[in-house]
Each structure stands twice: as C-alpha cells, then as structure tokens.
Design a protein around this ligand. Structure first.
Ligand SMILES: [Zn+2]
Length: 60
C-alpha cells in the first residue's frame, strides 16, 4: 500500500481551509482608457493608466 494520511481531516479543519478560498475570487474592473480588464486600484498593465476618480495629489 502506498502512503496514506494517518487521520481523516475533520470537517472543522477542512472548513477552515475552505474558508479562505473565496478570497481568491478574481475581481476585475475595466480600464476606461483602453477598455481592457484590469484589477481595481491597480495601474492598467496594458496602457499604464490609473484613474479611479480620485486625485492622488490631494492625498497628502
Ligand atoms: Zn488601460
């Protein structure tokens, strides 16, 4: 017989592991400049545009 886990992972431990899975869901928004999908609050990787309606210079 091959290597097998000694104990079954309990429902609680399995659920705790699964609890983090939903965080990895991809959230995408659309770049208003080139129209490609980009991550929100990130610079567009296609055209380098960043504009989320916020003025970054006022953020001091
Ligand atoms: Zn873009």
């Amino acid at each position: 017989m091959g290597a097998l886990p000694k104990r079954k992972i309990s429902k609680g431990r399995k659920n705790r592991r699964r609890a983090n899975d939903s965080l990895k869901a991809p959230k995408m928004s659309k770049c208003p400049k080139c129209g490609k999908t980009k991550r929100p609050h990130f610079v567009c990787e296609f055209c380098g545009y960043y504009g989320d309606g916020k003025d970054l210079k006022k953020n001091k």
